[in-house]
Design a protein around this ligand. Structure first.
Ligand SMILES: NC(=O)c1ccc[n+]([C@@H]2O[C@H](COP(=O)([O-])OP(=O)(O)OC[C@H]3O[C@@H](n4cnc5c(N)ncnc54)[C@H](OP(=O)(O)O)[C@@H]3O)[C@@H](O)[C@H]2O)c1
Length: 330
């Protein structure tokens, strides 16, 4: 089920079921919930507060920086419609305050800039979040949909706790960003972690591991993300309670090193032949991994991102369709 209406717009058809699903996720061990003001808009944050306030130790993350103009759609030229970036300081300030009210919080544990706004200098948007943190309204700052250059620029202004970027397997960008996040112990939140594998070439490598582990391919995709780096925080979306349970169970799967390597290779090469030039630019992941202490490899379940500080230990992975709610493990 989804916790907003179709197109991530308006309320879900069955709000009681949405609240029940949120509570179920927490009952299953989820410790951190991520949402955005744009989901609904406002609907997802309100449902989370209705279902889970006073949170009892749960960490709530949200995002600002988009305005909604209608349900998600696609223009004739393939552009996303219904979402307009707004990274102006006055908008971010009022968006953050509205999220605080809807979530019934004094401070948001992780506030992410949902997207850079091409019409606003990135430093101005990030600087506003930094000011909100100084005022005590934000605990940690995250960014989303960023290039390495934008991430570097943000880091000159303030500490960046997480990067939420798309897991797009048609290029090596995810790999570059993961490496960058590992170097800084920044949480890497690869969104669309399941849909990324839709192509048959990608599915094939997951199927091989799935049969060995008596699991489904979605579970293998999630287990791989958890194993491939100590800083990944996968956020699978689901519309069904059964898939929620499946996805949480993926956290217990232990892939072998050769399986991790095979899946990583497929994720890096299956849709784009690797030339000598791209290989130099995107070294195989096991080469990067050697930079990390060996102990990290042996404890992939221990997320080594620096935030959220109170989120060590048992945690789960899950997310609700259309990006409405995203608990992660850390
Ligand atoms: N920061 C951003 O700009 C941004 C943009 C887009 C998305 N996101 C985030 O990324 C999250 C995930 O993205 P997403 O939902 O678009 O893509 P996704 O997680 O890659 O895939 C979701 C799809 O996989 C299916 N699925 C989930 N669990 C499954 C299972 N165990 N077995 C079989 N199928 C399963 C879902 O179907 P069912 O519904 O039937 O389970 C749904 O069709 C969102 O929740 C959102 O928070 C962030």
């Amino acid at each position: 089920m989804r916790i907003t209406g179709p197109g991530i717009w308006g309320p879900p058809r069955d709000q009681a079921a949405a609240r029940a699903l949120l509570r179920r996720a927490v009952d299953l061990g989820v410790q951190l919930i991520d949402t955005a003001d744009a989901y609904g808009p406002g609907v997802s944050e309100e449902l989370i507060a209705e279902a889970l306030f006073p949170y009892n130790g749960l960490l709530i993350a949200t995002k600002g920086g988009y305005e909604r103009t209608g349900p998600s759609g696609e223009s004739a030229t393939g552009e996303l419609t219904g979402w307009t970036p707004n990274g102006r300081p006055d908008h971010l300030r009022s968006a953050c305050e509205a999220s605080l009210r809807r979530l019934r919080l004094d401070r948001i544990d992780l506030y992410q800039l949902h997207t850079p706004d091409p019409s606003v200098p990135y430093a101005e948007s990030i600087g506003t979040l930094d000011a909100l943190r100084s005022e005590g309204k934000i605990r940690h700052i995250g960014v989303s949909n960023v290039t390495p250059e934008q991430l570097a620029a943000a880091r000159t202004i303030t500490d960046i706790a997480t990067v939420q970027n798309r897991l797009n397997l048609t290029n090596g960008n995810w790999h570059d960003m993961l490496t960058e996040c590992e170097l800084h112990e920044t949480g890497f939140i690869p969104y669309r972690p399941l849909r990324a594998w839709d192509g048959p070439a990608h599915q094939q490598v997951l199927t091989a591991a799935a049969s060995r582990h008596s699991a489904n391919t979605s579970q293998i995709a999630l287990a791989w993300l958890l194993a491939v780096s100590p800083v990944t925080l996968p956020i699978p979306g689901t519309a069904t309670p059964a898939h929620l349970e499946d996805n949480l169970a993926a956290a217990a799967l232990q892939l072998e090193q050769d399986e991790i390597h095979a899946i990583t290779t497929a994720a890096s090469t299956a849709t784009q032949p690797v030339t000598q030039a791209t290989r130099a630019h995107h070294p195989p992941i096991d080469k990067c991994r050697r930079r990390a202490p060996e102990s990290r490899m042996r404890t992939p379940r221990h997320r080594q991102c620096r935030i959220p500080a109170g989120c060590a230990g048992r945690a789960q992975i899950a997310s609700f369709g259309g990006g409405e709610m995203v608990p992660w493990r850390c």
